[in-house]
Write a protein that binds this ligand. Structure first.
Ligand code: ASP
Length: 599
């Protein structure tokens, strides 16, 4: 090794040792006589001193050092002179007195500071990712990621899971996104698809008698990138045979509780994980992944709304819509401009408008309220009783702002759920040190796609209907509840899973409701349907997203900050410059001809 110990490892007890260090010049200070550098390696920094009296040659070389040069230092660990210790550095009590210095490699001036946590344009960071990875934030993220994955592997190994790799070149495995496809050279005109998840493969492993499988699996989905999406991302994919829903939920809870307690003891979690059915989550939070670090519960406001002579309420309620809202604490003095911002926010999410009622009377909320202090964009339609009624239903107190939306159910919920998160953020209601895990169960099996006028699978097509619900499959698919569940945390969906169908007939029925033709079914799902006829055991599983977990754990804005080499938001890789054109000869081999798209 070109080093005998790590820079960041040096402590008081190393004083007197002769050491060889290798690392990067983090910072250099020339004090005329003495030259100091902070030398950095993966484990941290240590101060190195070059004295012209005792090490003239090393001092001479040190004069030329620049940030990010790679050097090797031979020297002795000494105690820093009293008064010069640096309590901010773990190694701050010692320094290394250099005897010798070797430059292992020089560096151009880096495109951004490695030694300062300043914000840097993301494209530039990704273009020079190898420099960016040296910065503290990225290093911490990759270290945490390693620990999390190792914990998961050890935990699952202990309880009898086998880690098995599944192919990347496969065939379309729909999870609701577009496929990334790879042309085949040997079979011109034919393509592989990259797995959107190993869903069918893990089910086939269950048919294959594996019983407990997991994989740290890469999933590929061609969808528009968002802060928590990437064209390729990593899931802990797991599947078990001979289980019921409760078994998977308990395993998930134990895994995540253990992981948090062992690796992130400074974070708080709620134990046991709260459980909500999908229906309860939608009713109380208007979203199936509520941030449970704060309350902000929804109320059905129809009972009062229907007594208000305001056309919007009447029209919405007459056409089967809902009026629903919540109280934002302490926001009664929101200005017109702030309300307009929130209105734009909900409009962008499908609502046609936002109704706000600020309650700031001298009284004490609902029972003791006078209209003089009430502000609202529908004030002229409201009586004191109306305001009292809305305040009572939402639990609004003096100083609160009731926010409500009237409209078609699913769009109203969508906008309200997002608004709840937005208010939680604006009011900083979520404690950053809390990981509010919760389990959401009983998702509907199907959801109506009104654009295409057909049923889609809410999770995916392989979920087992809950007992007693199969009968609605023909008459009212929207009523069928599935044995499917999500793990959520701080407003993010962390994992989805389900007990699976394991019989051909039922699986075919589900494909039928989804509107697949016989040919489509046999082309896309023939293999799994066939497998179900060879003794498929009852089975189920779940797949937590590793990137998302780390993003939330480390308080990062985007999953790109916990992935070593991510793509940009627009799915480009600025480092390798992909995607990119390929050689004409490669295209020829693949029997592919590019046809220019006419503008
Ligand atoms: N394959 C599913 C997904 O990627 C997870 C599962 O049902 O296990 O969401």
């Amino acid at each position: 090794m070109l080093k005998s110990i790590s820079c960041g490892a040096l402590r008081d007890e190393n004083v007197g040792e002769a050491v060889t260090l290798s690392g990067w010049v983090h910072r250099r200070r020339d004090h005329g006589n003495l030259i100091f550098i902070d030398l950095r390696d993966r484990e941290g920094l240590v101060q190195v001193v070059f004295n012209p009296e005792t090490a003239a040659k090393a001092h001479k070389i040190a004069e030329d050092l620049r940030n990010e040069w790679v050097v090797q230092v031979m020297g002795e660990v000494t105690k820093r002179p009293a008064g010069t210790e640096n309590p901010d550095m773990p190694t701050g009590i010692v320094e290394v007195y250099a005897d010798d210095l070797k430059v292992l490699n020089q560096s151009l001036t880096p495109p951004f500071y490695v030694n300062e946590e300043v914000s840097v344009d993301e494209n530039l960071r990704l273009r020079y990712r190898y420099v960016d990875l040296r910065r503290e934030g990225m290093k911490e993220a990759l270290l945490a990621r390693h620990k999390v994955v190792k914990y998961i592997r050890d935990f699952l190994d202990d309880v009898g899971f086998l880690e098995i790799e599944t192919p990347i070149l496969i065939k379309s495995t729909p999870e609701g996104a577009r496929d990334h496809v790879v042309p085949s050279r040997l079979y011109p005109g034919s393509f592989y698809a990259l797995p959107q998840s190993p869903q069918q493969l893990k089910q086939l492993l269950m048919v294959g008698g594996i019983e407990k499988y997991f994989q740290i699996a890469r999933c590929f989905r061609d969808e528009d990138s968002r802060a928590d999406r990437q064209p390729e991302f990593t899931q802990l994919d797991l599947e078990m045979s001979f289980v019921e829903q409760e078994d998977i939920l308990q395993l998930t809870e134990e895994l995540f509780t253990g992981l948090m307690t062992d690796l992130f003891p400074e974070k708080t979690i709620m134990r046991p994980f709260p459980r909500l059915t999908h229906e309860e989550a939608m009713r109380d939070y208007a979203i199936d992944r509520p941030d449970l670090r704060f309350d902000l519960k929804m109320a059905d406001l129809a009972p009062i709304a229907k007594t208000v002579e305001f056309n919007v309420f009447q029209n919405v309620l007459d056409s089967g819509g809902i009026v629903k809202g919540f109280a934002a604490p302490g926001c009664s003095d929101y200005t017109r401009k702030q309300i307009d911002e929130l209105t734009d926010f909900v409009r962008a999410r499908g609502a046609s408008g936002l109704i706000a009622i600020g309650i700031s009377s001298s009284g004490n909320g609902a029972d003791d309220l006078n209209m003089a202090g009430v502000k609202s964009n529908i004030l002229r339609f409201l009586s004191e009783d109306h305001v009292k009624g809305f305040a009572k239903l939402t639990g609004a107190q003096n100083g609160d702002l009731v926010l409500m939306i009237a409209g078609e159910k699913s769009r109203t919920n969508q906008a309200l759920g997002a608004l709840r998160h937005e208010m939680g953020q604006r009011l900083q209601l979520g404690n950053p040190n809390e990981m509010a895990f919760a389990l959401i169960t009983d998702f509907p099996l199907f959801e109506w796609n009104s654009d295409d006028e057909r049923w889609d699978a809410s999770h995916h097509a392989f979920c087992m209907p809950k007992e007693g619900y199969i009968q609605y499959m023909d008459s009212d698919p929207g009523e069928v509840i599935a044995q499917s569940y999500d793990l959520i945390c701080n407003g993010i969906e962390m994992a989805s899973g389900s007990i699976r169908v394991h019989k051909r007939e039922l699986q075919e029925k589900i494909f039928e409701v989804l509107g697949y033709s016989k040919e489509q079914v046999s082309d896309r799902f023939g293999q799994i349907l066939d497998a179900f006829e060879y003794g498929a055991p009852p089975h189920g599983g779940i797949a937590p997203g590793i990137d998302r977990l780390l993003m939330v754990l480390l308080g990062k804005e985007s999953i790109r900050d916990v992935i070593a080499f991510p793509k940009t938001q627009s799915q480009m890789d600025p480092l390798f410059g992909s995607p990119s054109a390929i050689d004409g000869s490669q295209l020829e081999e693949l029997n592919i001809q590019l046809i220019p798209i006419e503008e």
